[in-house]
Design a protein around this ligand. Structure first.
Ligand SMILES: CC(C)=CCC/C(C)=C/CC/C(C)=C/COP(=O)(O)OP(=O)(O)O
Ligand SMILES: [Zn+2]
Length: 468
């Protein structure tokens, strides 16, 4: 009989414990996913075994982020791509964002000519009626609009930011709004949690979010939280890390996170980290480096929702005093936070605001002190990203045996940045040496946990769009 065991059991039954050789009959009869899981475990544990047997100095070298190699790989990709990339012709703003954000996470920037080229290119992707398409002349799409806006904010500066036509963008978002509360990815396109996130994220960061766009988005996201606790792409589907990140971030940006069952969500996401150290996207699936951010990025969001979580768990009163004093010291920009607001569970993090001015939520949220300790194995994830996902010629990959690509490079580096900064109470401080696996030169720039743009670029954009 085939026994579907946990990852730990399966690695032992495969013969990692040498005194207990694998039962060949069991392997032949095992389901495909379980056999694939065994192969991944054997590759990952092979890498860890090799690493553990190395002398200390060689281990440090192996743990190094090869920033120069990554920079070369990324900068070359921004300038010229081989013909095989024609399959990504409808994702060109994504390539700009993945590459620019990765470069920014490494603490670097592109030169002025390249910056001009990107701004000009994204201008050509703009639809005359608002929104950005996947390339010049393509229909506007929410995903490529999100990628374009994040790419421009990552470039920063007047040229990039003033190239955005916010009135037209708002009109595009309104056209994509569906009566069910969610958004369509494009005209006649699919409705899902990704669409909610990309629309709300863009509107929030550009300071054009209003009650019309927000209306009933929360109902839609709520209908996508599954019995497992995570969030699915659409009602009735399976909980998945990508949509859980999008769903939770959206709920925070519209000040409705208190409507989700947060303890169930935490339980689901915490158990998606496997024995390899990395995360899987959904139950019984394989580890993949990109979930370092889609799942790992949920934790810095959770960290700032402590009051709601404690209320949902019925623990509020015992901690109330501690929070109240910290909250009083916490500077909320624009004075949008109501102190002594009563129940967070009923009214939300910002005290049940009838907010006309949603744009400060992103700033207030990142400035909130993060009380909750990381609820995942931080160093195990850093180890997976560096030893299993990093490609020494530059770039990152899903898992050993796969090739590098810009998407995985962006989300492995984003996940690594989350790990390095997650133990800080104050997002603007620098992490201690002990928080960074490998040499301290591995330290990446911090990223905003709701938009995934570098924090300093976010601050600049927030200021820029507050006054215009
Ligand atoms: C901002 C934005 C557009 C976010 C997108 C979020 C995101 C990554 C969603 C994941 C989509 C999905 C169901 C992948 C499953 O692929 P799979 O079946 O190949 O992978 P799996 O086996 O790991 O689940
Ligand atoms: Zn992936």
């Amino acid at each position: 009989m085939v026994r579907i065991s946990s990852s730990v059991d399966s690695s032992i039954s495969r013969g990692f414990n040498k005194s207990e050789p694998m039962d060949m009959k069991e392997e032949v009869n095992a389901p495909v996913t379980l056999r694939e899981q065994w192969i991944v475990e054997s590759q990952v544990f092979g890498i860890y075994k090799h690493f553990n047997e190395l002398p200390r100095r060689a281990q440090t070298v192996m743990l190094e982020i090869v920033a120069d190699m990554h920079s070369n790989y990324l900068t070359n990709g921004l300038q010229c791509l081989p013909p095989s990339f024609c399959v990504l012709d409808a994702n060109r703003p994504w390539l700009c964002y993945w590459i620019l954000h990765s470069i920014a996470l490494l603490g670097e920037s592109v030169d002025e000519n390249l910056e001009k080229d990107v701004v000009n290119f994204l201008n050509r992707c703009k639809d005359p009626l608002g929104g950005y398409g996947g390339g010049p002349g393509q229909m506007p799409h929410l995903a490529t609009t999100y990628a374009s806006i994040n790419a421009l904010i990552t470039l920063g500066g007047n040229r990039a930011l003033s190239s955005i036509n916010r009135d037209k963008l708002y009109a595009f978002l309104q056209r994509m709004k569906d009566p069910c509360g969610s958004f369509r990815m494009h005209e006649m396109g699919e409705i899902d949690v990704r669409a909610c996130y990309t629309a709300i994220s863009v509107a929030s960061i550009l300071n054009i979010l209003d009650l019309k766009l927000v209306e009933t988005v929360g109902d839609y996201i709520l209908s996508c939280q599954t019995y497992e606790g995570g969030i699915a792409g659409e009602p009735g589907s399976e909980a998945h890390g990508g949509y859980t990140f999008c769903g939770l971030a959206t709920m925070i940006l519209i000040d409705e996170a208190h409507r989700l069952d947060l303890p169930a969500l935490i339980n689901w996401v915490a158990f998606r980290q496997g024995v390899e150290g990395g995360f899987q996207g959904r139950t019984n699936k394989l580890v993949d480096g990109c979930y370092s951010f889609w799942q790992g990025g949920v934790f810095p969001q959770i960290q700032r929702l402590q009051q709601i979580i404690e209320e949902q768990l019925g623990m509020a009163s015992c901690r109330k005093h501690e929070h109240d004093s910290v909250e009083r010291n916490h500077k909320f920009s624009g004075g949008t936070c109501q102190m002594d607001s009563g129940s967070f569970e009923e009214k939300g993090l910002n005290g049940g605001l009838t907010i006309e001015k949603f744009s400060d939520i992103g700033l207030d949220f990142v400035k909130r002190p993060a009380f909750i300790e990381p609820l995942f194995q931080n160093f195990a994830l850093q180890q997976y990203i560096i030893l299993c996902s990093q490609v020494m010629d530059g770039g990152f990959r899903d898992k050993p045996g796969k090739g590098r690509d810009f998407y995985h490079t962006c989300y492995c580096l984003s996940g690594l940045s989350v790990c390095q900064h997650i133990s800080l109470r104050d997002a603007d401080c620098s992490p201690a040496v002990k928080e960074v696996l490998g040499p301290y030169s591995n330290l990446l720039e911090p990223t905003h946990p709701l938009y995934n743009v570098i924090l300093v670029h976010y601050y600049y954009a927030h200021e820029f769009f507050s006054h215009s």
